[in-house]
Design a protein around this ligand. Sequence first.
Ligand SMILES: [Zn+2]
Length: 415
Amino acid sequence: MPSVKFYSLLYSSLLLLTLYSCKTSYLTPTNHKFPDPVNTSSKPIVEQLKKTYTLDGVSVSNQFDGARLNGFEKINDTTYRAIITPENEPINESAYFCFELWSETNRNIDLELYYPNHEHRYIPKISDDGKTWSTLDSMDFDTLKGSDLATLRLSSGSDKKLVCAQELYTSQHNTEWIEYFGQNQDNVEISLVGQSKKGRDIHCMDIYEGSKKDKDAIVIFSRLHPPEVPGYLAMRHFVEEILADKALSNLFRKRFRILVYPMVNPDGVDMGHWRHNAGGIDLNRDWSLFNQEEPRVVATHCVKEIRSHKNQVLVGLDFHSTQEDILYTHTDNRQSSVFGFKDIWVDALKDGLPGHDPQDAPYDLNQPITKGWFFLEFNAEAITYEVGDETDRAFIDKKARLAAKEMMKLLVLRK
Ligand SMILES: [Zn+2]
């Protein structure tokens, strides 16, 4: 018969095991159930052939990060055709393209963008240096709604010109942006969260002053979808306002902790994808099963940081782009720890931007997206901040800074 000592040993081992497993599960993301589950197991993708094409003195190239070009043809003496295809299918209609163009002699070119079985979406942006961009004038650009073809009239010469769906912001640009703040501001700590499927670094900007412990927190995501540069720009302006040396921002950083994951899908961005990661999956559908590396490392880092420092996430924001500015929120049956926040916040945006409708579009939990995850994991007020593909860039800046100010005001006043 086992001794009392045996039982007491067994009991303490079980207790330890229970405590350990509680602690482990407490610090790791939960596989929350969503009403509309999505299979997020990896699917094959077709990687674009990286090359420079030259046809009768006209060259195009996709040999740089963030490029997308899948073929090049000459149609007649003045017309050339760039073929653009997605990484895999089925896929959201976000026909992203980006390539360099130049020619031996100065000339005018009619350049067709052809997306077989897909639709044109983005008005081309042109740059000579990768820094200053202009949107192609409507006089120099023809397409029909829903068409698989768009025609651009461009002048070209020996200097390379970038022709892209959106301004080029790769993982390298993102690293430069976060490192600037990491090096110049004491209140920004840059952490390596983990690696993407292809081994690219995923970073977190941890913003706080004093101790991390016991602070209420906000969590910010961006660039789950590669071509959604306007949303990424809004996220940068929003974060820059939080980091500004202004009375409200300074007070906010003393009281709150802000975790920013500015580029969740660096593979998709650098590989010039339309929508997916290198596993061929929409990363804004994997916040339940965490089959893909990127949501898994981000959620794991976020939950561990928040729980181990006894933070409470009040607001979760994920920055995206679509056809127009819109804010996806939760319906009132989902009551967050700061229930009512978004109504006051949206009203403040309306008041601060006369003539602009921020479009609050509430809907309930459905697929495993970040908005649902912020709510289920942290009981946070969760908002998908969508920016229009062609929203004026100065307005993106103005609105994002106002959104940050109004958020800080509301949360500081709540204390
Ligand atoms: Zn998106």
